[in-house]
Design a protein around this ligand. Structure first.
Ligand SMILES: Nc1ncnc2c1ncn2[C@@H]1O[C@H](COP(=O)(O)OP(=O)(O)OP(=O)(O)O)[C@@H](O)[C@H]1O
Length: 268
């Protein structure tokens, strides 16, 4: 499999504080499902946000689909961003707008400022919106305002908005941290389907080790801004989990429903 994303010695320092990320290097293959785990403040969100340049890295290189993203012109940067969908813990939807309007916002990266400002979408985009909402089980909610939806439904709208971009890569920043176990499973199953059936590469930040074990091809462990593990779920032994989370075993709270438990998952 070819590499979709390569991070080479990536670093990030906010202000004069300690390094949020230090010499991060790894690569992700096309079609891979990768989870990033680590304690609170380890740098997981910063890492994800550096990849699409929502946060500007302080050093190192990010190569996406063979192109060094630090060298992109403004136009090329916009095109690059449109190929990366992102979903967030708190969904980042416009609550007073309808589900369909929120989903269509995912097309803004492909539009002129004027077409975007007037909300002008073509028939193909509207059909696509309908199809994606159907795939995510949201057809009936299409014209509802987003503030009338449950958390799980809101996250599915977030996924739909990312999918309509026709992304190569989905970045998911704690997508299930605000959801109950059954909604969390629905979201993770959709992400798996997006990965396996649609072939979209998925990179997800997770707090739940057992969820990472169940869904990922590869798991990356981060502690204090550094990579301390990069391997398969099978290679993630109890000792290695403790190494990722440091001595603070209180971080290892596994509070998912039994349906999430993978065979042999470690519960501390
Ligand atoms: N905008 C910012 N300005 C200054 N420091 C920041 C900013 N964002 C994050 N940090 C710091 O960078 C470090 C990494 O934070 P980050 O949010 O990336 O960690 P995280 O692993 O995602 O944590 P959590 O799991 O709690 O969300 C922390 O020390 C944090 O305080």
């Amino acid at each position: 499999m070819s590499k979709l994303l390569v991070l080479d010695n990536l670093s990030k320092r906010y202000n004069k504080d300690a390094m949020a990320l230090e010499n991060i290097s790894f690569s992700i293959k096309n079609g891979e499902f990768v989870s990033i785990i680590g304690p609170s403040g380890a740098g997981k969100s910063t890492l994800l946000r550096c990849i699409n340049r929502m946060v500007e890295p302080s050093g190192g290189r990010i190569v996406f689909d063979g192109k060094d993203t630090s060298r992109l012109s403004r136009g090329a940067l916009r095109q690059f961003r449109s190929k990366i969908g992102m979903i967030f813990q708190h969904y980042n939807l416009v609550d007073r707008l309808s589900v369909a309007e929120n989903v269509l916002h995912g097309r803004l990266g492909y539009k002129s400022a004027i077409a975007g400002a007037f909300g002008i979408y073509n028939e193909q985009e509207k059909r696509q919106c309908q199809q994606i909402l159907q795939t995510l089980g949201l057809s009936e909610q299409m014209f509802k305002r987003c503030d009338q939806l449950s958390g799980g439904q809101k996250q599915r709208v977030g996924i739909a908005r990312a999918l309509i971009q026709q992304p190569r890569l989905m970045l998911c920043d704690e997508p299930i941290a605000s959801l109950d176990p059954s909604s969390s499973k629905v979201i993770m199953d959709h992400l798996r389907n997006i990965n396996k059936a649609m072939g979209i590469t998925v990179l997800v930040n997770l707090h739940q080790v057992d969820v990472a074990i169940k869904y990922s091809d590869t798991i990356i462990g981060v502690n204090k801004g550094k990579i301390v593990f990069n391997g398969t779920p099978e290679e993630l032994t109890t000792d290695r989990i403790h190494h990722i989370y440091g001595s603070d075993k209180g971080e290892l709270i596994m509070d998912e429903a039994p349906s999430f438990k993978a065979g042999g998952a470690v519960v501390v």
